[in-house]
Write a protein that binds this ligand. Structure first.
Ligand SMILES: NC(=O)c1ccc[n+]([C@@H]2O[C@H](COP(=O)([O-])OP(=O)(O)OC[C@H]3O[C@@H](n4cnc5c(N)ncnc54)[C@H](O)[C@@H]3O)[C@@H](O)[C@H]2O)c1
Ligand SMILES: N[C@H](CO)Cc1c[nH]c[nH+]1
Ligand SMILES: [Zn+2]
Length: 438
């Protein structure tokens, strides 16, 4: 079967640009509503029937039947055995990636993940106490591909933060366990792991079942079902962000070999038919060259069916007036990954405000960030990079304010508080402050 990848060709000088651009960014309302309804039903069912419902959905959606939830738990011995069984090259790659991800997150913790305090002149102490979460659920996707890298990206920052209990869920279609995923769980120090996925796994972690412990927060990426389920359980548990189908935006000045850019667009399109790959460039001839490379390279891609659908349904090659305009459009999209494929990336970087991760220069392929550069690959999608950040140590911590008022401090603060409390009509507050005045 022949596949065709035909991303939309748009130009900002075209009168229809705003309309066509909005169409590309928009999710199909029908797809959205169908997913939302199905997810709502699954969540309600798991809340009501617990393990029995999770077992049923796991059989239906992942083709994995089991007698009991206990049978879907991976033991620590199994995780270690998977690690021991890996070929040396895979073991070393896993350990090397884990080391880099750990170093990055340790630096992040040092920079903004420690408790702090200061004292006023009268001895009053003010500060913030940072504590790790007790128990988190990490979602590792596994429907259309296996993601050992996502095990590292979730579990390592949780470990660095000091989370007591890390529960991993990972769908395992047809029960085929991926040894790299199991080995990554061993390397990253996951405490318990279950081979379940989708909305049913998110529900099990959020509500708790007889077998799956209820967690305080759920992190990790996933498809549209997972993203919708996380959104719906927020409030019952914490969530990190909306990390849905992958996205890449390449902002090119036309100096990078076009086949590099074509393959970078493929790299995110191959995740999911709903993934989105966009090129912004002021050079029409270069855009033509990238399309030629897309046509040339597609037939050799094992996941060409997914790539072709993703690029044709959601992809775009956009001609801009200049790079400044490309930066402005990129800010409107707020992509998960933004590659600045230019000879002069530092000239443009100050103009870029909204993106999950920014990759500077032609040698920084997004895929290096996916696996081993060090920063987290769990990133906000669908424009949520306007207000969300990459997964980090801070997602596995919380903060409590610390206040210790000295006797001298109480004399000053007590008067201020009492005036404001009387102003609010709250006598109890005012008098509690006044009783401490000399
Ligand atoms: N944003 C990020 O940081 C990031 C990182 C890695 C991966 N991703 C994305 O994660 C996603 C992984 O998707 P995936 O599908 O491979 O794995 P997944 O684990 O997210 O989803 C698989 C699960 O989806 C559920 N599902 C599938 N079809 C369903 C249906 N018709 N009805 C109900 N439930 C259904 C099943 O329960 C199945 O277990 C991709 O979209 C990828 O782009 C994002
Ligand atoms: N690009 C994904 C985040 O959108 C992460 C990933 C894992 N493996 C390959 N890619
Ligand atoms: Zn990727």
């Amino acid at each position: 079967m022949e596949f065709v990848a035909a991303p939309a060709r748009l130009s900002t000088t075209d009168a229809r640009f705003e309309h066509d651009f909005a169409q590309r960014l928009h999710w199909s309302a029908d797809t959205d509503a169908a997913i939302e309804q199905r997810v709502a039903d699954i969540l309600a069912d798991v809340q009501k029937r617990g393990d029995a419902a999770v077992l049923e959905y796991t059989a239906r959606f992942d083709g994995l039947s089991a007698e009991s939830m206990g049978a879907l738990e991976l033991t620590q011995a199994e995780l270690k055995a998977a690690f021991d069984s890996l070929p040396v090259a895979e073991r070393e790659a896993l350990e090397s990636a884990a080391r880099r991800v750990r170093s990055y997150h340790e630096a992040q913790k040092k920079a903004n993940g420690e408790s702090w305090s200061y004292r006023d002149e009268d001895g009053t102490l003010l500060g913030q106490k940072v504590t790790p979460l007790d128990r988190v659920g990490i979602y590792v996707p596994g429907g259309k591909a296996a993601y050992p890298s996502s095990v590292l990206m979730n579990a390592i920052p949780a470990q660095v933060a000091g989370v007591g209990d890390i529960i991993m869920v990972v769908p395992t279609p047809q029960g085929a366990k991926n040894p790299l995923v199991l080995a990554a769980a061993y390397v990253a120090g996951v405490h318990r792991a279950f081979t379940i996925g989708g909305a049913q796994a998110v529900a099990a972690l959020a509500y708790g079942t007889a077998t799956i412990p209820k967690v305080d927060k759920i992190t990790g990426p996933g498809n549209a079902y997972v993203a919708s389920a996380k959104k719906r359980v927020f409030g019952m548990v914490g969530i990190d962000m909306i990390a849905g189908p992958s996205e890449i935006l390449v902002l090119a000045d036309g100096t990078t070999p076009p086949e590099w850019v074509a393959m970078d667009l493929f790299s995110q399109a191959e995740h999911d038919e709903l993934a989105q790959s966009i090129l912004l460039c002021p050079d029409a001839a270069y855009i033509d060259a990238v399309q030629r490379e897309i046509d040339r390279l597609l037939p050799e891609m094992p996941r060409k069916a997914i790539i072709a659908k993703s690029l044709s349904d959601r992809g775009a090659l956009i001609l801009t007036k200049d790079i400044e305009e490309a930066c402005a459009i990129s800010n409107r999209i707020a992509p998960e990954h933004l590659e600045v494929s230019s000879r002069d990336p530092h000239k443009w970087e100050p103009l870029l405000k909204h993106a999950g991760a920014i990759f500077l220069g032609a040698y920084t392929s997004e895929s290096l960030g996916d696996y081993c550069a060090g920063p987290n690959h769990v990133l906000p999608t669908s424009g949520t990079a306007r207000f969300s950040s990459p997964l980090g140590v801070y997602d596995f911590q919380k903060r409590s304010s610390l206040i210790e008022v000295s006797e001298a401090g109480a004399q000053i603060l007590g008067k201020t508080a009492a005036v404001l409390a009387y102003g609010e009509g709250l006598q109890g507050h005012a008098r509690a402050a006044e009783m401490r005045l000399k």
